[in-house]
Design a protein around this ligand. Structure first.
Ligand code: C2E
Ligand code: CA
Ligand code: CA
Length: 505
């Protein structure tokens, strides 16, 4: 029997290979579909991511802008903090810190320039008598004047309470420096009303140059300060250049200050009395009390200025008032007859504000009438701080003291002041007498005396040293005469004996 191999029904006789290929084909198709699907999915994802990225990017852009703005703000704040650290809150000027930085910078660049150190004259008194609010106004007033008046190349700093520094960059020539100072002084004269109060503000200026005087900022400040101190000593309201000599003068002033302190502690101040002669009668009409230090060669001309600048004049002045009142009481008790005594009162003492009370209390203590005291003040008293001083002098006059304007002819000497000043007498200074008394043309000397008389002021002429002096002055109408020709200042025991003397008939 024959067996025939018959393929299964599903087996259609095609080769295995065919089915294998077919299978592979299907597989490939399947994988491709899958991959296409995946690709599509990735593409979709990608476009989503791109969108998200775009959004993120935009957000980032906004954040970057915000950050930039914050950065700018921080920078501005930093600059503002720096500005605050460099400026003075009261005047808006630059301060000492900025001054030091600036000058150091210029010195490093090997440039040259000048420092003007300004100090307001009698500022402490302005503060004490008119209050701190007014003092602040004065500082602001000064700052405005300085910044308005001074040109470019100049910077103004407030470096301490009432101390200002002006930096003249690249300017070392004295003529140019003084031109700047002249502008400032003129402006101060023109603007003398502060808050409707008339106040003649003056300043003393010390000048130091770099690199000439020093290339160190601290050193320059010390040197300009020494020069400023010298300007004060010479009478204030002026400028002074630093020179090496000033260092020894400075030491000298420190020595005088020590001697004054010592004299106060050891009661070494004493008074000499110089008679003032009535030119009608030839008798002593009053005395002037003049200060001396026992066992010292220092003259008042040397020590009064130091006493004023150091503030010691207040305590010294009290001793003078006390001694004069005690002397008057002693004379009254021992001699019966007495004459008024003139006391010199400096501007500083008036500003102190307590002088009126001190005078009244001391008079009461020694039981002395106010018409036995005359008060001698100089013109500067009437010029500086004028409204305040005029009120104070009026009060003293109202109380019964006589007021004399001392040293007439040495300062501003404007006859026009005399018309409204609360004074009773004018003391013509020796220098003015020396200049005009022996001119062929008498009219100046006679004119001054007759103007005073026209204003109901009596005239005393100082420094009468010769017979000719007194004869002419009498002829020209001087009411009183004072000078070495009659008598030098002497001890009180000798002075009281002069009351019986007739100097001329
Ligand atoms: P002063 O008030 O002008 O006083 C007059 C000065 O002239 C005195 O100098 C006196 O001795 C001097 N003298 C008087 N007659 C003549 C003269 O015929 N020829 C010359 N060449 N001089 C004469 P002294 O005592 O040296 O005082 C100088 C200045 O010191 C005073 O000038 C006054 O400003 C100040 N002073 C003196 N005592 C005091 C005081 O107790 N307090 C204050 N604040 N200042 C005083
Ligand atoms: Ca005097
Ligand atoms: Ca005088």
């Amino acid at each position: 029997m024959i067996v025939k191999a018959v393929p299964k029904s599903s087996f259609d006789g095609k080769s295995v290979l065919f089915y294998l290929i077919l299978l592979i084909g299907w597989l490939i198709a399947l994988v491709s579909c899958f991959m296409a699907y995946k690709l599509l999915a990735i593409t979709v994802n990608l476009s989503h991511s791109e969108k998200a990225l775009k959004e993120n990017n935009e957000e980032l852009g906004v954040m970057v802008n915000q950050l930039n703005a914050q950065n700018k703000e921080i920078h501005q704040q930093k600059e503002y903090i720096e500005f605050l650290a460099d400026s003075d809150y009261l005047t808006n000027l630059f301060n000492r810190r900025k001054f030091t930085k600036d000058i150091m910078h210029h010195i490093k660049l090997e440039e040259s320039g000048t420092i003007l150190l300004l100090d307001i004259d009698n500022f402490k008194n302005i503060n004490d008598t008119q209050g701190h609010h007014y003092g602040d106004k004065v500082l602001q007033h000064m700052s405005c004047i300085m910044t308005e008046v001074l040109s470019k190349n100049t910077t103004v700093y407030r470096i301490g309470g009432d101390e200002f520094a002006i930096h003249l960059s690249g300017i070392c020539d004295n003529e140019k420096i003084e031109a700047h100072i002249a502008l400032l002084f003129d402006a101060l004269i023109e603007n003398n009303y502060i808050e409707k109060i008339k106040n003649r503000i003056t300043v003393s200026i010390g000048i130091a140059k770099y690199p000439l005087d020093s290339s160190n900022v601290d050193d320059l400040l010390i040197k300009s300060d020494i020069a400023m101190y010298q300007a004060k000593n010479q009478g204030k309201n002026r400028f002074c250049y630093f020179t090496e000599n000033l260092i020894s003068d400075f030491d000298y002033n420190v020595k005088i200050e020590r001697e004054l302190q010592n004299a106060l502690e050891l009661d070494k101040f004493k008074l000499l009395y110089q008679p003032i002669i009535d030119s009608r009668t030839g008798h002593v009409s009053s005395f002037e009390a003049l200060l001396r230090i026992e066992d010292s060669l220092l003259s008042p001309l040397q020590f009064i200025a130091v006493a004023e600048n150091s503030g010691l004049i207040i305590a010294i002045g009290h001793q003078v008032i006390d001694q004069v009142c005690r002397q008057l009481r002693n004379w009254k008790a021992n001699h019966g007859a007495i004459k008024p005594v003139a006391i010199n009162i400096s501007a500083k003492q008036l500003y102190d504000g307590k002088i009126v009370d001190y005078l009244k209390d001391t008079l009461a203590k020694y039981d002395i009438a106010p018409n036995l005291i005359e008060i001698e003040i100089t013109e500067s008293v009437l010029i500086e701080n004028s409204d305040f001083n005029i009120a104070l002098l009026s009060e003293l006059r109202h109380f019964g003291f006589k007021i004399s304007l001392d040293d007439f002819g040495t300062g501003y000497s404007s006859l026009s002041y005399l018309a409204y000043m609360p004074v009773d007498k004018v003391k013509i200074d020796k220098s003015l007498k020396d200049r005009f008394l022996f001119l062929e043309d008498h009219s100046i000397m006679e004119g001054i005396i007759s103007i005073c008389h026209g204003l109901k002021l009596q005239v005393v002429t100082e420094g009468v040293e010769s017979k000719e002096d007194y004869q002419r002055l009498r002829a020209f109408g001087s009411d009183f005469l004072q000078g070495f020709y009659f008598q030098k200042p002497i001890e009180p025991e000798k002075a009281i004996k002069l009351l019986d003397q007739k100097y001329f008939t």
